[in-house]
Ligand binder design. Structure first.
Ligand code: G1P
Length: 894
């Protein structure tokens, strides 16, 4: 049995028999641009972005079958060719290497031993933290036998050096651009041009492979030409040039142009005495401006350890912003690995790991906001800046830019002719901003002014602004040509108000191009997203609550764009669908190209009641029209309408159809009554729950390729958006259940996913949460998933109940009895308002969740006053120390 297990306390994990599991990969990054992946065969790839891949791009099947990885060949006297990475024709047949892995923040180490050869090899891969785009692998070879071991080592890493697009598009022609040079202990390739979607441009990027030894030996042989290295009739797992006496004539200073490049560097034959070790470092370097060999030369074998320690120190400090101690130390370490994932997504976006082969870099709008949820908890210092800049992507019609650049606030005009609106996009910014406001208490943020994004697509992309051309830039202007700015609150209001009017024939918000579920993309005409209608209703209510708070602080009115008055009219009744459309069109017509730039003053009282009324009307409507009672045991919310205008859920062709998404937002928004909540839980258990995949599926099997709903129904059932256990929605389900006080149900969702993922034989992933679990139980699309943010949010905000209440610390734990350790303690170290705190809940009587409440709170052993609110307590943050506060919370009988 393979087992992936944590080493005691230090957050590294180990895996034995690693070669018996396929599709594993581990992310490596320098914290900035370099992004690579590596597995126990040193396969994977390395890139800075879509157009700068140093290694051949790798997707899931390539992890086992691609030969363009990192190789360290040893031509062993008395044996022949042996690859320290394991990728050799002979080793594949012999299968007599023993392979284990250890990984930590943020390195991957493979240990390969061979009993017959009495050889033990450690291969440690990492990237030094910082702006150098360098990945290092130290290969340490130990002769474990009683006899001397003689071998000739050769590093071979093919240098792809171009855009991922060229994998199928001009793969050979782009090789003609290659200009490789042999330098001391390295091969550098600087293609003359780059061919990609930007056109044919002079290329300035240099790609290099370097190799060095612990005795600083000069390389003896160079193999820059891939064809020659492989040899006629050979292959990268059996390179003919190494088979007999290596023979190469390349010298330092030689050029090799117009062929595929190999980072091939050979050293002189070496002999290891019994038990002796020898180390080599091979590096892959990408430089956009610095002299590449100078950069690479710093990374000697001696420097490797120093850089490794520095990198470890950096990540260890970074990861210290969140840790928990419960009754299950494996769970605690698992959470730590999940908390790495939002950071990885900030760096990798939704692309660049082997499963994420659709991505071209960057992130989607929704991901931009959701990733901030966890960053708010773990990297709060930059979040206000990020949030503020993200709002620049909002358009004056309430939609948003969909092409997002790599820098905060960088949004790009969509030039392609398939403009699309995801109707959920307007809902997420408030959700994230609310969390920020609750914790920070910085309500002034709502009144900072920010611009709007502008491109030619207007009226929810239904038409184009004829007066717009790209030379005008991407900032919304007023009629005098000045850049128009409105408050963040105005942006938020706009995003939520337009949706209120944008309804379909059943008076739910139109699905448009899709909602959260990207796969629901074929119901643009008549599709409706009932579930996101509930989400927007929740937002409207929460915004009105925040405005009520501001009113209590003395605010009496706000200013918004004059034209927005149209959206704040009270004249349209909720059921008047036509009236809603007319209102929306009236607004759209006012803002098609420019805006007036004038501001209207809106009385807060009126605004609060308008928003409340809107929210309540939606709430009543959903309860009356979308609750489906299938039979005495089965009842749940309909989540969608298809493109024929039919309900997606309920009994269809004698078969009950249900989605999880349909339930999550009515629950989260408190639209579901407590009785309905019970029904939803029971129905979800009956129709969606499957222990084999670690929890609740996204939908049950519709047995139909529903062309009137979306591409997801083309996926086989149980895969990805068609009925997999999709972690992101499962996490939001858990969150909604926590909100509803269904603590046991919520906790078990988190725990089941954790248990499934840590059951390595089934999940076959390194620790963490994957995007989904496939029908065989395997974790898919590991690391880069929004579910990690929601997992962390659930742990911090709900399980440990470390929340904000208008800037005050709100503690409301949902810890269950079994989550306390034997001494009745459970603690969390986290950041609160950018200050470090450790909060220890003490439940010496081991009371169950329903039976305890907070009795006293001590900050650094001193009791502090608190107020009971909403089953928790509120404490003034002025009691917090600037650097660190140790908080003890005593729980006792209610
Ligand atoms: C992915 C996308 C997310 C989308 C979801 C469902 O989820 O990133 O934006 O809403 O699929 O289509 P993730 O990989 O973040 O779990």
């Amino acid at each position: 049995m393979n087992k992936c297990k944590f080493k005691e306390k230090n957050e590294t994990f180990t895996l034995d028999n690693a070669k018996d599991t396929s599709y594993l990969y581990f992310p490596i990054t320098n914290g900035f641009k370099l992004k690579s992946s590596v597995n126990s065969q040193l396969n994977g790839d390395l890139k800075l972005d879509q157009n700068q891949f140093a290694m051949v791009p790798v997707s899931q099947e390539d992890l086992q079958n691609n030969l363009f990885g990192r190789h360290f060949w040893m031509n062993i006297n008395g044996f022949g060719l042996y690859n320290a990475s394991g990728v050799s024709a002979v080793q594949k047949v012999r299968q007599d290497d023993d392979v284990s892995v250890e990984a930590g923040f943020l390195y991957h180490k493979t240990t390969r031993t061979n009993d017959e050869l009495r050889l033990s090899i450690e291969l440690t891969t990492f990237s030094p933290y910082g702006h150098d785009n360098v990945e290092l692998t130290k290969v340490t070879i130990q002769n474990s036998s009683e006899k001397p071991l003689t071998f000739t080592p050769t590093v071979a890493i093919p240098l792809y050096s171009r855009s991922a697009d060229n994998l199928r598009d001009h793969r050979h022609v782009t090789a003609l651009l290659n200009r490789a040079k042999v330098v001391q202990n390295g091969i550098i390739n600087q293609p003359s041009l780059s061919f990609d979607e930007r056109g044919h441009q002079v290329n300035h990027t240099r790609y290099g492979v370097f190799a060095t030894t612990d005795t600083q030996e000069a390389a003896k042989a160079y193999y820059p030409k891939l064809q020659e290295f492989v040899g006629e009739g050979g292959s990268l797992d059996w390179p003919k040039s190494l088979l007999e006496s290596p023979d190469t004539t390349y010298q330092v200073g030689d050029d090799m142009d117009g062929f595929e490049v190999n980072g091939g560097i050979g050293f002189a034959e070496t002999t290891l005495a019994p038990q002796e070790t020898k180390s080599y470092v091979m590096s892959i370097v990408v430089s956009e401006d610095e002299p590449i060999d100078e950069m690479a030369n710093q990374y000697t074998v001696d420097m490797f350890d120093q850089k490794f320690d520095e990198m470890r120190a950096y990540w260890s400090e970074k990861m210290s912003s969140l840790s928990i101690q419960t009754g299950d130390s494996q769970f605690d370490q698992y959470v730590k690995w999940v908390s790495l994932q939002p950071i990885l997504r900030r760096i990798f976006g939704c692309s660049f790991l082997p499963h994420h082969d659709y991505g071209r870099g960057g992130r989607g709008w929704r991901d931009l906001w959701q990733d901030c949820l966890a960053l708010l908890l773990t990297e709060p210092e930059d979040v206000e800046y990020l949030l503020y800049n993200n709002y620049l992507g909002v358009k004056i019609d309430g939609t948003n830019a969909t092409i997002i650049g790599s820098e905060p606030g960088e949004f790009v005009a969509d030039r392609n002719n398939i403009p699309r609106v995801w109707m959920d996009h307007g809902a997420w910014p408030w959700n994230t901003t609310k969390l920020y406001l609750e914790r920070s208490g910085n309500y002034d943020f709502l009144f900072r002014t920010q611009g709007y994004f502008k491109d030619k697509h207007v009226h929810f992309t239904r038409t184009e602004d004829e007066t717009y051309d790209e030379s005008q830039g991407t900032l919304q202007k007023d009629k005098d040509g000045n850049v128009y700015e409105g408050t963040i609150l105005e942006h938020i209001l706009l995003q939520n108000l337009v949706q209120y009017y944008n309804v379909g024939e059943h008076n739910n918000m139109r699905l448009e191009g899709a909602d959260w579920n990207d796969g629901l993309d074929m119901a643009k005409d008549k599709g409706e997203s009932v579930t996101f209608t509930a989400f927007y209703a929740m937002n409207l209510m929460q915004i009105s609550e925040v405005l009520t708070h501001l009113k209590e602080q003395g605010l009496s009115s706000i200013e918004v764009l004059e034209e927005m008055r149209v959206l704040l009219t009270n004249d349209i009744s909720f059921d008047d669908i036509e009236g809603k459309h007319e209102t929306l069109n009236k607004y759209f017509n006012l803002i098609t190209s420019t805006v007036s730039g004038k501001k209207a003053t809106i009385k807060l009282d009126e605004l609060i009641s308008t928003l409340k009324n809107m929210s309540e009307a939606i709430r009543d409507h959903l309860r009356n029209k979308e609750w489906l009672k299938v039979n005495d045991n089965t009842a749940f919310y309909n989540g969608y309408y298809d493109n024929k205008g039919n309900k997606l859920e309920g009994v269809i062709n004698d078969h009950v159809r249900m989605t999880l998404t349909g339930q999550v937002f009515p629950l989260m928004s408190d639209i579901a009554t407590s009785e309905q909540t019970k029904d939803i839980i029971a129905s979800s258990k009956e129709l969606l729950y499957d222990q084999k995949v670690g929890g609740y599926r996204l939908n049950n099997n519709y047995n139909e390729v529903k062309l009137d709903m979306g591409r997801l129904f083309g996926f086989a059932f149980g895969h990805k958006e068609n009925g997999a256990m999709f972690s992101h929605m499962a996490m939001m389900f858990a969150n909604a259940l926590y909100q509803q006080g269904e603590t046991k149900e919520a906790t078990s969702i988190l725990e089941e996913i954790y248990e499934h993922c840590m059951d390595f034989d089934t999940s076959k992933i390194y620790p963490g949460i994957p995007e989904y679990i496939d029908p065989d139980g395997r974790g898919m699309y590991h690391y880069l998933t929004g579910s990690a943010s929601w997992f962390i949010l659930n742990v911090v905000n709900e399980m440990f109940g470390v929340k904000g209440h208008y800037g005050k610390l709100h503690l409301k734990p949902s810890l269950l009895k079994h989550q306390f350790n034997a001494d009745g303690k459970a603690s969390i170290s986290t950041l609160y308002r950018e200050r470090k705190v450790t909060i220890t809940y003490t439940n010496v009587k081991q009371l169950s969740h329903d039976d305890y409440q907070i009795k006293s709170v001590l900050f650094n052993n001193e009791e502090v006053p608190f107020e009971h609110v909403d089953n928790g307590v509120i404490i003034d943050p002025s009691h917090l120390n600037d650097d660190y506060t140790d908080i003890e919370v005593i729980l006792d009988e209610v």
